[in-house]
Each structure stands twice: as C-alpha cells, then as structure tokens.
Design a binder for this molecule. Structure first.
Ligand code: GDU
Length: 677
C-alpha cells in the first residue's frame, strides 16, 4: 500500500469541540469566550469551534456566514444532505471566531444505531433514560462524522481537534477506532467522580488513591458517563486538565496521568489610566449601596460609609463551592466584630442560582419604598428651591433674609410623613430576595438559620442570598455580574472542590481582593507564583493541612483583618491586586495551549519533525521565580533561574524543554508603590 502523504504540520487546522460554544452553561463558556481573541490572532480562519446548536442562544450570539474552506464546504454539504442541520457563523465576541453548530435533534434518527456501535466498539454502555448522555452520544458521533469527512477532503494540512470535558468526549474513542487522521487533545475541567464524591461527605483528597472508581461511579448511577470520560482520557493523543490539583485527581480517578496543565486565563482589558478601575469600583459600589438601602428599609441603622460588601458566587454546589464554610465563618466574624465594638458593617452576598418561583414581595417593596422616598424628596427639593428663589427675588434691603422654616409647605410635610410611615417595618430585613421552591430544605438557608444570621440590627454581618445569576434587567438588583464584582470589596470562594475557579480570577483582574483555598486550582496557582500573596489581595485558606474548624477560623480572621483596614489601605491593596492581572491574561496562559498542540502534532506526526527536534513531554521542566513582596521589603525568591510558564508548577513529568521560555509573553509587576497610611 502506498504511504499516505505527509500532512503539513506547520499550517495546520484547529477545531475546538465543546458543548458550551455560544451557549452559557458554566465555566467552559468562560474559557472559550475569553480565549477566543488569542486563538483567532494565532489561527485566523483556520480556527473553528464546534458545538451543539442551541437555537435560542445562537440567535443572540452567532451571525451566520458562508464557509470558504473547500473541505469545510464539502463536509457541511454532505452532512446537510443526510439530514443533519448545521449553523456556520461568527460568534459575536472579542476575536469573532468561526463556529460550526450541529443540530443534535436532527441526528437522533441514528441514536439507537450509535448507541449499539458505542457498546460494540468502545464497550461503553448507555441506559435509555439519560437525556444528557444521549445528547453527548449524538453530538460525539456527529463530530466524529464531521472530522472523518473533513480529513477526507482536506488532504494537505494536519488537523488538531481539542475536546473540552466528557460531554464533548464521545468522539475521541471513535476517532481512535476509526483511525481518523487527526491529532486529538482532551481537556478535562473537572472529573465527574470528583464532583460527585466531594459533594457528599467524603474525605476526598486523603483517599484519592483508594477509591474503587467503577463501584463508586456505579453507586451514583453515573457509570456510563464515567466510561465516556475515562474512554476520552485514554484515547486522546494528549490529555490535559486545568490545574495540578485536578491533574492529580485525574490520574487516580481516570487512571491516566495528564500530559500537562492548561490553566485558565482571562481576556484582560487594560485601562489607559490606572485609576480608572478605582472609579468603576466607586460607581458600582454606589449602585450596590442603592440596593442595600432598599433591602434594609426601616433598618438603615448602620453607616453605609463604613460598610463593606463581601460576596460569593457560582453554580449552586453547596459543599464544593464552600458555602457551608463561608456562612459559618460569617457567623464567627459577626461575633468577633460585635465583641470588638467596631462601627464597621459587612453585607455578605451569596449569588447562586437555585429553584425559585418569583422575586419576593418584600424585596420588591424595599426597592419601591426607597424609590418613592427619593422621588418625594426630589419633588420637595424642587418646591423648596423654587420658593427660596421667589422669596429671594422679592427681598428688599432691611427685610429679614428668607427663613428656612417657611420653605417647607404643609403639603410637603404630609407627603414626607407618608413616605416615612411607609418605611416602617415590623419584621427583620429578609435574607433571600426570591421565593424559593424548597425554602425549608435549602442547604444555604438552613445553614444561615443554624448560624442565626438574621439581619438583626445588632448584627455586624448582614446576609443577602440572591438565588439567581445577576443581570441588569433584574428589578431588585439591576446589575450585571462584572459590574457587581467591581462594586464589592472582597470575593470569598472557600471551595472544597474547584478545579480552577474563575470567580476569584475574575476578581483579581478587576482589582478586587479575594479569598480562595489551597484546594482550588487558582489558589494553588497563585500560592506557587506569589510570595506573600495576601499583600496582593489574594488570601488563601488552608483546607488541606488544617482541620475544618481551623480553616473556618482562618477564613474568619482574613475577613476580620480586612474589616480593620483603612480606606486608603484598601485602595492600595486594590491597586496591587489589579497589577496581577497580567499573570492571568490569555496572552500568557494561552502558551500552554500552544505547547499542548505542539505535543499533539509531534505525537501524531513524528516523521514531520527532525530527529534532534524530538520532544516527548509537555512539561518542559523550566523553573522560575516567585513574585516577591510588593513593598520595599526584600522577598524570598526561590533558587531558580529563568521564568516560569503557567503550566510549569510541580511538573507531573520532567522532560526536555519544548518551547523556550523566551516564547512567553513577558510580564512583570510594576515596582512603584503608593505609601501606606
Ligand atoms: N457568573 C455569572 N453570573 C453570576 C455569577 C457568576 O456569569 O451572577 C459566572 C462567573 O463569571 C464565572 C462562572 O459563572 O465565570 C462560574 O465559574 P466557575 O469557575 O465557578 O464555574 P464552574 O464550576 O461551572 O466551572 C468549572 C470548574 C471550575 C473551572 C471552570 C473552567 O468547576 O473550577 O475550572 O470549569 O475550567
């Protein structure tokens, strides 16, 4: 048989496959969307994201265009002719990457055939009633179909397909079995079993090596899903995950050691003036304050100038996201603040979507009564102003100057009196802004009840649970998430299970200090990278070596110390936090994706690389220095040479150097520093 022509590895084509392309579900959407700009800058039109078609969100996020790549045109045409509907277009985000979305509904006519095939070729079972798995199977078979046809039409260039998460992973064993001439990368953003085990009461990290994975998956009814995830991890050319902690977990739960770590970055937008983000903080803080005034109507007995806004946010995973610990620490903080006699107040927000029926009447009423008070006062202000003006015009020398007592009319007084009485309240300000479907059994509400954080006037810590993601269209708290984060003083993410954790990273690039844990990918990453991370507004709670009670106290101490900072100190800290954003920029983080793709090409097409060019491992073993103290005090840089690269920490494998460290986008923290007061 004639040897297949060698594919061009330099001018290769890149596909990225995920279920959250132009369709927000969770963190993977954030990865793809924020990374788009750097990837399109590198690949241009040879980069396409493949995902299932969600018509509602595609209508908003995608603009249809006509494909030009002849192989793509031929493949789409052939699939369309066999009944598969697709949408090709530009995703309307920074970078405007091309997307090809498959209507999985049009592939269901083959579901049974594909399920049988999955069992016979990969040994993966699929029960009849699991809709999510059925979707994953149809999507996976459509992707394998697409890639198979694409490489049949595209004979010149090498093709890389990168898959995110098990839901997009069914195509991986198929590509391997069918010997489709593509090279593949599988990136897991968590493991199924890890998420399930941690959500229960398991001592996860101390038992990772000992779990009987098949039995544990079986007990939780996710054996078939676990098979897909494990099958994907074992049949890709390059297996990666988002942090070292998840790499360790994957090695034990999926039984393959990842080839490398691809930490998540963000699309960092730099302001022309450094104080601009501080201005945004104050504008958005005022918006939150407006909400707080309404929420606490009748109980505005604390000084809003001396009030700090803390928050936690994310998908509702009570234990995994550390909400249990957050609320317990808030209770201790409340006690500590009361005991110290401080005049500060903390309002702690919990933003986690839960099942609700509607907004609560009390929450709506709060905003309404404060709004009518404001309207009435504006009206009175106008009346008073007009009267004062008229009286001043009529004034003659020798007469007394206009008396303020004559300015407020009887009618104004009645109006004001009405508004004041409307604000009388006989109950405490509510905890939750919505009517919950399962109020009595909701874990967050129950923990708040157990800790007795009831927004009593004597409480120095007030709690507000907003069981819906934020949006500027919401009548109670009309703010988008990013604006809300900017307006707060601190984010608290005391996660137990957190492969990466976008929320604290987003805080950092917006110059908002945050607390995270050394069980989160982000926390470990920052701890490795920065000496004295807390000076930069990155507080890391130890949930590995400490008992639960000690970790709760540590979290409480961090928050308590923060309440003692002066305004000036908080401003300085925000400046330092914001300076870290370059560390999280995709321009830097994206280099790990480049490395992964290089490794995938080398593994699939070793003949295309010169012998002395050989590279067998993803980790290049480069070591670097930690960032030192932000102030003039000397830091303690490690005995290292060269610059670290984002995936380098605690390398899982040592190997030859792949990309040289000079390839990394240079970053450095500015040295100037404002004086502390
Ligand atoms: N968010 C909103 N609106 C809100 C509150 C939050 O859009 O009102 C967004 C945040 O901006 C954030 C996302 O929700 O981007 C939540 O991010 P997480 O990292 O907490 O999301 P997931 O748990 O869904 O993500 C999973 C892992 C993370 C991380 C991520 C990407 O659990 O640790 O690795 O994949 O890799």
């Amino acid at each position: 048989m004639a040897e297949a022509p060698r594919r061009d590895v330099r001018n290769h084509v890149l596909f990225e496959v995920a279920t959250e392309v132009a369709n927000r579900v969770g963190g993977i959407y954030s990865v793809l969307k924020s990374k788009a700009q750097v990837t399109t800058a590198e690949y241009g039109s040879t980069y396409t994201l493949l995902g299932p078609l969600n018509r509602a969100s595609a209508a908003v996020e995608v603009e249809e265009i006509t494909p030009k790549d002849p192989a793509l045109v031929a493949t789409i045409k052939s699939m369309n002719e066999r009944g598969i509907k697709t949408l090709y277009g530009r995703w309307l985000i920074d970078g405007a990457p091309r997307v090809l979305l498959f209507d999985t509904g049009t592939g269901y006519y083959k579901l049974d055939e594909w399920k049988g095939d999955l069992w016979s070729t990969a040994g993966i079972p699929s029960p009849p009633d699991d809709h999510e798995t059925n979707e994953a199977i149809v999507f996976g078979y459509l992707i394998a179909w697409f890639l198979g046809e694409y490489v049949y039409h595209e004979k010149e260039r090498a093709v890389i397909a990168q898959f995110h998460e098990w839901l997009a992973g069914v195509a991986l064993p198929l590509c391997r079995k069918r010997k489709i001439d593509v090279t593949t990368i599988f990136t897991t953003h968590a493991t199924l079993l890890g998420r399930y085990l941690c959500a229960g009461s398991v001592d996860f990290y101390n038992n990772l090596q000992h779990f009987d994975v098949d039995a544990e998956a079986g007990k939780r009814g996710i054996y078939h899903r676990y098979c897909i995830e494990r099958g994907a991890a074992h049949s890709c050319d390059v297996f990666t995950t988002v942090s070292h902690i998840t790499a360790y977990e994957s090695e034990h739960l999926l039984k393959r050691k990842p080839d490398g770590v691809l930490p998540n970055g963000l699309n960092v937008k730099k302001f022309s003036a450094t104080h601009e983000f501080q201005n945004l903080h104050s504008i958005n803080r005022d918006k939150i304050t407006d909400f707080v005034r309404g929420h606490f109507y009748g109980h505005n007995d604390f000084d809003l100038e001396k009030t700090l806004y803390f928050f936690t946010a994310g998908r509702y995973e009570y234990r995994n996201k550390g909400v249990d610990m957050f609320i317990e620490s808030l209770a201790r903080l409340n006690h500590q603040m009361k005991a110290s006699g401080t005049d500060m107040t903390v309002v702690a927000f919990i933003i986690m979507p839960a099942q609700t029926t509607s907004l609560a009447v009390e929450a709506l009423k709060g905003q309404a009564v404060v709004k009518s008070l404001r309207d009435t006062i504006t009206h009175i202000e106008n009346n008073v102003g007009k009267k004062l003006f008229d009286k001043s015009l009529q004034w003659r020398e020798g007469e007394p100057i206009p008396d303020e007592k004559d300015l407020l009319s009887a009618q104004d007084k009645i109006m004001l009196r009405r508004r004041l009485f409307a604000m009388k309240r006989y109950s405490l300000p509510p905890i939750v802004t919505h009517n919950m479907v399962n109020d009595a059994e909701d874990p967050i509400l129950n923990q708040i009840r157990r800790c007795q954080l009831f927004n009593h006037p004597s409480d120095r810590v007030k709690v507000i649970f907003h069981p819906e993601f934020l949006s500027s269209g919401n009548p109670v708290l009309p703010m988008d998430y990013d604006d809300f984060v900017r307006g707060t003083h601190m984010g608290v993410f005391s996660s137990y299970y957190e492969p990466w954790g976008y929320t604290p990273a987003e805080c950092t690039v917006m110059g908002v200090p945050s607390i995270t844990t050394n069980l989160s990918g982000f926390g470990c990453y920052m701890e490795e990278l920065i000496e004295n991370a807390s000076d930069y507004g990155i507080y890391i709670v130890d949930r590995r070596m400490k008992g639960v009670d000690d970790s709760v106290n540590q979290l409480c101490d961090y928050m308590y110390d923060f309440t003692k900072k002066s305004k000036r100190q908080r401003i300085n800290q925000r400046n330092r936090t914001e300076r870290l954003s370059d560390l999280l920029d995709w321009k830097r983080m994206g280099m790990e994706y480049v490395k992964a793709r290089q490794l995938a090409l080398r593994r699939a097409y070793p003949d295309s690389y010169a012998e002395d060019d050989e590279d067998t491992s993803f980790f290049d073993g480069t070591e670097g220095v930690k960032l030192t103290r932000p102030l003039s005090a000397p830091g303690s840089p490690r005995e290292r040479s060269g610059m670290m690269t984002p995936g380098d920490f605690a390398s899982l494998q040592e190997g030859k150097e792949g990309l040289s460290t000079e390839d990394y986008i240079a970053w450095r923290l500015p040295e100037e520093e404002e004086p502390e007061d």
